[in-house]
Design a protein around this ligand. Structure first.
Ligand code: 4NP
Length: 154
């Protein structure tokens, strides 16, 4: 199994959105027995919480399942468990490296560096713009699936 972990700060807005969108792409491609998807936060405020209502609303609007999304925090063993650890912004990357006790490693990278945007995913918890985030997440997920398929020969 190839394991993908999306990481943001709170694990209620951006990374659960990416988890749900990426799972949808994986399912559509009949790859759910090969690729497992999770998300986590660097912060601990939302452990066990449902996604933000704004994330749930935009997923529902696009007919994407939010099943199984529950806040959790990253933990050191995630470094061994996951093949791809994807931060939503540069602060997430710095926090992931320090919390997992790892220096720069190619399996830890910033999401939109896979796209021509090469920038942080704006945090809708602060911007209020869930549509902007959804559109960037969708683009990032398509690029990520391409990368995983190429690298894993699937
Ligand atoms: P997220 O957004 O990292 O995209 O889930 C946030 C959600 C909650 C908080 C910060 C960012 N918070 O401070 O509670």
């Amino acid at each position: 199994m190839i394991r993908v972990l999306f990481v943001c700060l709170g694990n209620i807005c951006r990374s659960p959105m990416a988890e749900a969108v990426f799972k949808e792409l994986v399912n559509k491609d009949h790859l759910s027995e090969k690729i497992a998807v999770e998300s986590a936060g660097t912060g601990d405020w939302h452990i066990g919480h449902d996604p933000h209502p704004g994330t749930l609303k935009i997923l529902k609007k696009h007919d994407i399942s939010a099943e199984g999304l529950k806040g959790r925090q990253i933990r050191p063993e995630d470094f061994e468990r996951f093949d791809y650890i994807i931060g939503m912004d540069k602060n997430n990357i710095a926090d992931i490296r320090s919390m997992l006790g790892q220096p720069a490693h190619p399996k830890i990278f910033r999401f939109l560096d896979l796209t021509h945007h090469a920038k942080d995913v704006p945090d809708p918890y602060f911007t209020g713009d869930f549509l902007e985030t959804y559109e960037l997440v969708t683009e990032g997920c398509a690029a990520l699936l391409q990368k995983v398929k190429e690298e894993q020969f699937i």
